[in-house]
Design a protein around this ligand. Structure first.
Ligand code: XBP
Ligand code: MG
Length: 253
């Protein structure tokens, strides 16, 4: 049974955006604002437990900077820092700073050719999604995605299922007709709670996460000359990349 729609997470799934993208942009925003907040690669890995950039900054101050005296207008500061971070991040994407992960372009192309609908469910800011699609996929790629659920359109971010409910409602589809693509435990919990079968492609930040309940866990989607590595699956058979044939089999399980 062919899935009617593929719903993609963005950060860590379409591209490895976190370590060399979001993290760098947060640090640039902190420097610009004259703050001594610095997020190194390891600390950022810990901070990723909290989804959403504004939420992540608040968590950092609460958990790691008891010394920091919050100004009365702390909410305004967070909003300003986040706007600056989005500016730095989208500029970095505009310079071609972040490529797509292996197999992403191929699978999106195959879905379009075969009439499988495409959507996005992410906690990241809409401008970040637009920039990644435009600069890393194709100038018109945003129009390939029927629904883009992003950022603050729902109040509760992943691992809450709200963003997937939002996307499913706009697609007009039951979760059983779709497949989700995620890279993290928070993403998997969100998709699962919305009733979606989920394909996981791990990255360096998420390799050790708990992916119980995922339909399949891979190191990447695979290319003809770069077979995927399987971390967990009951049914890969002789497949070496994620294509619609494999997705049909997963979906039918
Ligand atoms: C992605 C995130 C995002 C980005 C930053 O999670 O957690 O917060 O790190 O984006 P997921 P903003 O891949 O599970 O959707 O700064 O725009 O919030
Ligand atoms: Mg992700």
């Amino acid at each position: 049974m062919t899935p009617e729609a593929l719903i993609f997470d963005v950060d860590g799934t379409l591209a490895d955006t976190e370590r060399d993208g979001h993290r760098v942009a947060f640090n640039a925003a902190f420097t610009e604002a004259g703050l001594d907040w610095r997020w190194d690669v390891d600390l950022y890995g810990e901070l990723l437990a909290v989804t959403g950039g504004k939420e992540r900054m608040r968590h950092y101050v609460e958990r790691y900077r008891p010394d920091y005296e919050k100004p009365a207008d702390f909410d305004v500061l967070i909003a300003r820092l986040h706007a600056a971070k989005t500016r730095h991040y989208t500029a970095l994407l505009g310079r071609g700073g972040i490529p797509l992960r292996a197999g992403v372009r191929r699978l999106i192309g195959e879905a379009r050719t075969r009439g499988v609908r495409l959507a996005i469910a992410t906690t990241t800011t809409p401008d970040n999604v637009s920039a990644l699609l435009r600069y890393a996929v194709a100038p018109e790629a945003e129009s390939w995605f029927e629904v883009i659920g992003a950022g603050d359109v729902v109040p509760a971010k992943k691992p809450a299922p709200d963003i997937y409910y939002y996307v499913l409602e706009r697609l007009g589809l039951e979760p059983a007709r779709c497949l989700a693509f995620e890279d993290s435990e928070n993403g998997l919990r969100s998709a699962q709670a919305a009733g979606l079968k989920t394909v996981i492609t791990v990255n360096d930040y998420t390799r050790a996460h708990d992916f119980r309940g995922a339909a399949i866990v891979l190191d990447q989607l695979g290319e003809p000359d770069r077979p995927f590595g399987v971390l967990s699956s009951t049914m890969v058979g002789d497949a070496t990349l994620v294509n619609l044939d494999l997705l049909n089999r997963l979906h039918a399980l």
